[in-house]
Design a protein around this ligand. Structure first.
Ligand SMILES: CCCCCCCCCC/C=C\C/C=C/C(=O)SCCNC(=O)CCNC(=O)[C@H](O)C(C)(C)COP(=O)(O)OP(=O)(O)OC[C@H]1O[C@@H](n2cnc3c(N)ncnc32)[C@H](O)[C@@H]1OP(=O)(O)O
Ligand code: FAD
Length: 629
């Protein structure tokens, strides 16, 4: 298939999915049992996998079309094959050597092997070096012995592990030649390919209900001295030779590559969820009228309340700004990965720092924004049928999985303070941290000038990073490293977020300046950017006074400026969300359909409640009358 860009792929696959014989007819899943929901979502995930296969897409395209926009329709309660597609397959592609790829990939693509990525354990998720599942090599039998020392070391959380996968990439502590060698990936069969029964020595099951995404099919897994052939350690990076001798990887953290990829994918994808939520809230805010009638005799549309504009419009601007920076990160990841495959790991540290920071910033911003958008829909936003609760559950999961956000921001901060202190290799050309080694941009602040705002965002980032780097350096003279680090944690996290914000706004400034196809589009992008910037300042006024060079008077002017910009953006709200090009069936919300027929849809969905089937439900006689006696 000819390579297509993200939007073309989405449109192409979107229409294929909407018209697919096994996918086009949807069922409401709210009233299904856990098992029925799983069956429904799994069969749709499988149909989707077949469709992707028929389309002949490569891994890169597959991950693009796994977007929440499409997968929210195919698997509304969570895709039990998501980790197979987004983590298991990419891990094999990038961490298995050529022989292993040719040994397994055929069976992966013909559906015989279904996998998961089993890293997190009950007692360790964040601190990967602390994982306690062991893989001990025995040169005599040329096998690894995989073992779970006790229940706290049980694998816990992997998606699809519950009842779907028959294989897992297991991250375990390697021991060979009597030496601990750190965490390495192993391809392990956990269920029989024919019968799907757990293999000897394996204990596996599903972990139970969660806040949302209940058919991700997260599972647990324990090993009782399970023997795995030597050839099943993924050997593109590190190697264990037959005699047990060990060859180190080219980069110490090479085996963490899947996590970097998935962080990039999550950052990109969470913006899809925000776009859907913003479209729902925008449409509802037009339809909903409530309050004292105005001169025209009509009650006001709620979007005409200034407070409602503040709840909704900045998040529409955020969709545009965050989409641009996450798409850029995606491209950068593709570039760095190909360099790493060629043996050059120079760009890896900064890619890791940027991926950590953007994944954290985007999932935090998007989950807060989706909650604000839900609140903007009043009581009806609380209903499942609005789709807003599920969108929130999806976005907030992203704040925890694939690296808890605080922890990831601390990774970015570690890189930044090293750069600020000159103790890291100097940044490459085009690096996102060169601003730390240059004098601060002293462009004076002026309301109405995006360039002046971007400079101020840069001064905040620079100020935050250099200040915490100095504090850390001073503390290091008087206390152990771990205490000094802990003493600065809160400021380190703030510095990493400020850096992330600067990255995001610089990327969008470039998008605006490069847009040349139409003056009207350029103006609209400028307006969106101005809203985003003014809102960013209003959310962190203290920082902009402390580090950004703004005065209290600038802050007051910015507050008024933001409200004026919102009024200016308001007439464009619907075209701007229509431009996300989301068909009603993909939005799947009583509040967010294109025709605005909200109240009829709400009644229609209520008719599905099983409690409305009989005029008097049997439970009344069984529970209430009996309790009166
Ligand atoms: C668009 C497509 C649609 C996709 C849809 C997406 C939806 C997905 C749906 C699937 C659902 C859920 C999937 C979820 C999966 C998971 O959650 S898998 C488990 C993820 N777990 C984590 O992320 C754990 C987080 N912890 C860590 O990553 C590490 O422990 C941590 C980095 C915090 C520390 O690692 P240590 O080994 O202890 O590090 P240390 O020895 O202290 O060394 C630090 C050193 O190493 C450098 N470093 C760390 N990581 C990397 C890396 N990945 N690459 C490069 N370098 C790395 C770090 O910068 C330090 O370098 P320095 O030079 O020493 O400063
Ligand atoms: C829906 C979902 C799907 C998942 N899918 C998978 C999967 O497919 N495969 C898989 O292997 N795992 C998966 N996970 C697990 C996930 O990756 C971990 O839960 C995540 O990395 C967080 O780790 P933790 O649970 O150990 O949190 P913890 O680290 O215990 O976090 C608890 C608190 O401690 C704080 N904290 C911890 N360490 C530090 C530190 N060093 N400095 C400062 N604060 C710290 C955190 O900030 C947080 O506030 C999934 C999780 C979820 C929720």
């Amino acid at each position: 298939m000819v390579s297509r860009n993200r939007s073309q792929v989405k449109d192409h696959l979107g229409s294929k999915v909407l018209n697919h014989p096994e996918l086009r007819n949807t069922k409401a899943t709210e009233y299904m049992s856990h098992e029925e929901k799983y069956r429904y979502n799994l069969s749709r995930a499988t149909a989707m996998l077949k469709l992707i296969d028929e389309e002949g897409m490569d891994v890169n395209e597959i991950s693009k079309v796994m977007s929440h926009t499409v997968s929210g329709f195919t698997t509304p309660d969570g895709n039990p094959l998501a980790v197979h597609q987004v983590m298991f397959v990419p891990t094999l592609m990038n961490q298995a050597d050529d022989d292993q790829v040719s040994r397994w990939l055929g069976d992966v693509f013909n559906g015989t092997i279904v996998g998961t990525y089993a890293q997190t354990e009950l007692s360790h998720g964040t601190f990967v070096r602390g994982l306690r599942t062991t893989a001990t090599y025995d040169p005599a039998s040329r096998t690894f012995d995989l073992h779970t020392p006790d229940v706290s070391a049980a694998k816990w959380w992997p998606g699809g592990l519950g009842t779907t996968a028959n294989h897992a990439v297991v991250m375990a502590q390697l021991y060979t030649d009597g030496q601990p060698r750190g965490i390495h990936p192993f391809m392990v069969a956990i269920r029989d390919r024919e019968t799907h029964r757990p293999l000897p020595g394996i204990t596996v099951g599903e972990i139970g209900p969660k806040l949302g995404q209940n058919t991700l099919n997260n599972g647990y897994l324990l090993f009782d001295h399970v023997k795995v052939p030597r050839e099943n350690m993924l050997m593109r990076n590190a190697r264990v030779n037959e005699d047990g001798s060990y060859t180190k990887p080219s980069h110490q953290k090479a085996s963490y590559g899947t996590m970097v990829f998935t962080r990039v994918a999550i950052a990109l994808d969470t913006v899809d969820a925000l776009q859907i939520a913003a479209t729902i809230a925008a449409r509802y805010s037009i339809v909903r009228r409530q309050g004292e009638p105005r001169d025209d005799g009509q009650e006001p549309q709620i979007i005409d309340y200034q407070t409602q504009q503040l709840k909704v419009l900045p998040h529409i601007a955020a969709c545009y700004v965050l989409r641009a920076s996450t798409a850029r990160l995606w491209e950068h990841h593709t570039h760095v990965t190909s360099e790493v495959r060629g043996g050059d790991t120079a760009l890896l540290p900064e890619l890791h720092a940027t991926a950590c920071c953007l994944k954290a910033l985007v999932t935090q911003d998007c989950s807060e924004a989706i909650e604000a958008l839900r609140l903007s829909c009043g009581g009806h936003g609380y209903m499942t049928a609005s789709r807003l609760p599920a969108l929130y559950a999806y976005a907030t999961a992203g704040a925890t999985y694939e690296g808890e956000n605080t922890v990831l921001l601390l990774q970015t901060a570690r890189y930044l303070v090293k750069q600020a202190g000159g103790s890291h290799a100097p940044p490459a050309a085009g690096s996102a941290v060169t601003y730390l080694s240059r004098p601060a941009d002293d462009t004076p602040f002026a309301v109405g000038s995006p360039a002046a705002y971007v400079a101020a965002v840069g001064r905040v980032a620079r100020g935050r990073v250099t200040e915490v780097a100095a504090a850390l350096q001073a503390d290091r003279q008087t206390m152990p490293e771990a205490d000094a680090w802990n003493q600065s944690l809160v400021q380190l996290v703030a510095a990493a977020l400020a850096h992330g914000r600067y990255f995001v706004v610089r990327e969008f400034a470039e998008v605006v300046s490069q847009q040349s196809s139409s003056r009207a589009i350029q103006q609209m992008l400028q307006l969106l950017f101005s809203v985003y910037l003014a809102h960013a300042v209003s959310r962190a006024e203290g920082d902009f006074i402390t580090y950004g060079g703004l005065t209290p008077s600038d802050i007051r002017l910015n507050r008024r400026h933001l409200l004026r910009l919102l009024a200016e953006l308001r007439p464009h709200m619907i075209p701007l969300t229509d431009a996300f090009d989301l068909p009603d069936r993909l939005i799947n919300s009583t509040l967010g359909a294109w025709d605005g027929d909200v109240y009829r849809r709400m009644f229609e969905q209520a008719s599905h409640s099983p409690l409305n089937t009989d005029e008097v439900p049997a439970s009344f006689h069984q529970a209430m009358l009996r309790s009166k006696l």
